[in-house]
Design a protein around this ligand. Structure first.
Ligand SMILES: Nc1ncnc2c1ncn2[C@@H]1O[C@H](COP(=O)(O)OP(=O)(O)OP(=O)(O)O)[C@@H](O)[C@H]1O
Length: 203
């Protein structure tokens, strides 16, 4: 069977930090090791212990990054805490040229920039069932300080406001992980699905 038309379009995932995007992606890559490719971003921040160049990020100097910016190499880019991050057109092309569906994980500012390009991805928003659940996942992950949880929650509200504008093609509520994954794998495989309804997220 030929792949469905949507399988040929990149899949752009967004959603607040802690909502479970990495968890869903890990399951997908484990189930389908050859079908998908993650778009590796460029960054000027220093690698953390264990991070591999070309796998977690392409680590580049500020000068290299600025040169790439000058060449319009990026689909989207942003500066966080003094470091640049960006997704290059070339990276996405390389994944697609390898016959895999390219999956991108991009925050709301970047999504706005992507919308101005001709990338034409499927826009997926992964939503928490409630803000209370998001808070407890961020706290429970054990990787964040209290200040960092507060910062991520403030950013989460911006992501959610953007989703409320109807910026995405599909919404998946990550309530029960098995249920959410069942829907996610269909979207990733390019099946036409009725997504979830965005919860009120006003708690
Ligand atoms: N459906 C779920 N129910 C309960 N807990 C979940 C669910 N999905 C994921 N989690 C847990 O929530 C925490 C955050 O998940 P994860 O790290 O995948 O989020 P993320 O969206 O990738 O965050 P970031 O953008 O910061 O990388 C993890 O501890 C994960 O095990």
């Amino acid at each position: 069977m030929p792949p469905s038309p949507d399988f040929l379009r990149p899949l752009l995932m967004s959603g607040p930090s802690g909502v479970g995007k990495s968890t869903l992606l890990q399951r997908l890559f484990a189930e389908f090791p050859d079908k998908f490719g993650f778009s590796v971003s460029h960054t000027t921040r220093a690698p953390r212990p264990g991070e591999v160049d070309g796998k977690h990020y392409y680590f580049v100097s500020r000068e290299e990054f600025q040169n790439l910016l000058g060449e319009n190499a990026f689909i989207e880019h942003a500066e966080f805490s003094g470091n640049y991050y960006g997704t290059s057109f070339r990276t996405v092309r390389e994944v697609s040229a390898g016959g895999r569906r390219c999956i991108l994980d991009i925050e709301a500012q970047g999504v706005r920039q992507v919308k101005k390009t001709d990338l034409n991805p499927v826009y997926l928003f992964v939503s928490p069932p409630s803000l209370t659940a998001l808070r407890s996942r961020l706290q429970g992950r054990g990787t964040e300080t209290e200040a960092s949880v507060a910062k991520r929650l403030a950013t989460a509200l911006k992501e959610i406001e953007y989703a409320k504008e109807g910026a995405h093609d599909v919404v998946i509520v990550n309530d029960d992980l098995d249920r959410a994954y069942g829907l996610f794998r269909k979207v990733a495989l390019g099946e036409q699905v009725t997504g979830d309804t965005l919860p009120p997220l006003d708690d």
